[in-house]
Design a binder for this molecule. Structure first.
Ligand SMILES: [Zn+2]
Length: 508
């Protein structure tokens, strides 16, 4: 008698429901897998047969036909193994003997099998279960190593098993498998301790007052930041702190972040990812690696950085065509990737932090080594960065040793409560003020605000986007300052950050 078992796989970052239909007919022994299986799925035949034998199941004689429905959708991944094995046993000997067994067989079964019958974790358990729950499933069987991740899907009862034997026993008897408890949680409990650590680490970055201020502004208002400086000045260290200086994502965002990581096969660990992601792809990353794509239309780095921070070190070394594809996600907060007839849209709302050497040799402006580059070479090096890309950065900071050529550069003044080494409470208060202003339709401005911006716009040839971004940064500076309104002094500071240290005061 044909049987049907529910399972699923991940497509992009969404779950895709799949039915495994198995029928065993008389005839020459054989195993036929149909329903547009990809290479990994075709290999499940060998895994499933070996796992069945190792679990003490006699593989039935005859011709086994396994259909993966819907037949029109290409299947990839190894998540169907468990359902295929179960379907074969159910079709051969029938498992619905005890009361309730028929209901248990209607559960969702997800897992890869080893040749020894052990259940292995699969990519995308969370999206698959979220999709199943949305379709009305109430019961799911998953590998025990992914039980915590699976339990994030609301409304689903999760049965965790270590191997095929346990799953078969549960189907027959309804007795839940006993699996050894998960190792203790290694993660810190959430945002506040991470923020405290980040604040302390920031305070320890002595000698970089302007860079620290820029980091605080960038973290508070989630502004994009470009750090320029020779190697060894702490650019990467500062960028890493930024993600933790921010408030942790709320539960809804955390679930989205976890779902994305699960779908991409990045280990999710033991539950909800409640810290903002930090992604730092190497400068040799491909377009598909950065924005997503490939045969299976998988999400890329910009999507893995969703809700967190994308750090591009050695920005000028990235291929210009690779950087070019960042424009859509930076503009829209999502990215669309297409391949063949397929097309998918992934979330990609991230904060961009980049670092670059000032020149090819890396030592222009260094106090410890001298630059070997010609002036034209230096101009060409940073000239690789396109204007539209640079326009997306709100804050530019040159980081150099204080005894170097930049040592005498003016440091932006410190006003009122504006602290270079803030506490988590300072940051929280500033974020609260920004949120208040946002809800109220924007912060109050000082008189002369527009006139000042007009003059600055003419003087620096600012784009409309740049003016808007200056306003936003000024609001963040004002919020950190504890000010009730955005004053000219905050706009001035925002403009200074936009133009690095090279720019004079824009006063007439
Ligand atoms: Zn150089």
């Amino acid at each position: 008698m044909p049987v049907r078992i529910s399972t699923g796989a991940v497509a992009g970052i969404a779950g895709q429901s799949v039915s495994v239909e198995v029928v065993i007919n008389r005839g020459l022994p054989g195993f036929h897998l149909v329903g547009l299986p990809g290479a990994e799925v075709r290999e499940s035949r060998e895994r499933v047969l070996a796992a069945l034998r190792h679990s003490g199941v006699r593989v039935p004689p005859g011709r086994i036909t396994v259909n993966l429905a819907p037949a029109g959708v290409r299947k990839s991944g190894a998540s169907f193994d468990l359902a295929i094995a179960l379907g074969i046993v159910a079709a051969a000997e029938g498992l619905a003997v005890e009361p309730g067994a028929a209901a248990r067989l209607r559960a969702l079964f997800v897992g890869e099998l080893s040749l020894f019958g052990e259940l292995r974790p699969v990519r995308g358990v969370l999206p698959v279960l979220l999709d199943a729950a949305a379709r009305g499933s109430r019961l799911a069987v998953v590998p025990c190593t992914q039980a915590e991740e699976a339990r994030l899907a609301p409304g689903l009862q999760v049965v965790a098993a270590a191997d095929l034997r346990q799953v078969l026993d549960w189907c027959r008897t309804g007795v839940e498998p006993v699996v050894s408890p998960a190792p203790p949680r290694r993660r810190s409990a959430g945002g506040p301790p991470a923020t405290t650590e980040a604040c302390a680490a920031l305070a320890a970055l002595t000698g970089h007052e302007l860079a620290r201020k820029a980091a605080v502004v960038a973290a508070t208002g989630r502004h994009n930041l470009l750090l320029v400086g020779p190697p060894g000045t702490g650019k990467t260290r500062l960028a890493r702190l930024l993600a933790d200086l921010q408030s942790p994502p709320d539960r809804r965002d955390a679930l989205t972040i976890t779902r994305i990581h699960s779908a991409a096969g990045v280990p999710v660990g033991d539950g909800l990812i409640d810290r903002r992601p930090f992604r730092a792809p190497h400068h040799t990353v491909t377009r598909a690696g950065l924005v997503g794509g490939g045969a299976a239309l998988r999400p890329g780095e910009v999507t893995l950085a969703h809700g967190g921070l994308l750090f591009l070190d050695e920005l000028a070394e990235f291929h210009p065509s690779v950087l070019d594809v960042l424009r859509q996600p930076l503009q829209d907060g999502h990215v669309t990737v297409a391949r063949g007839a397929g097309q998918r849209t992934f979330p990609a709302r991230f904060q961009l932090v980049a670092a670059t050497n000032p020149c090819r040799c890396g030592y222009h402006g260094s106090s410890t080594r001298s630059c070997r580059c010609q002036p034209q070479e230096r101009a060409r090096y940073l000239g690789r960065l396109s204007g539209p890309l640079l326009d997306r950065f709100d804050l530019f900071v040159e980081m150099a040793s204080w005894r170097g050529a930049f040592a005498d550069a003016p440091v932006a003044p410190t006003q009122g409560g504006w602290r270079v080494a803030p506490t988590p409470a300072d940051l929280e208060a500033a974020r609260g003020r920004l949120e208040e202003w946002r809800v109220g339709g924007g912060p109050p401005h000082s008189a002369g605000h527009d006139g000042f911006l007009d003059r600055a716009r003419a003087m620096f040839d600012l784009s409309l986007r740049a003016v808007h971004r200056c306003r936003d940064v000024a609001a963040t500076v004002a919020a950190l300052d504890g000010s009730r309104a955005v004053d000219e002094v905050h706009l001035r500071e925002a403009l200074e950050f936009r133009h690095g240290l090279a720019v004079a005061q824009p006063d007439p």
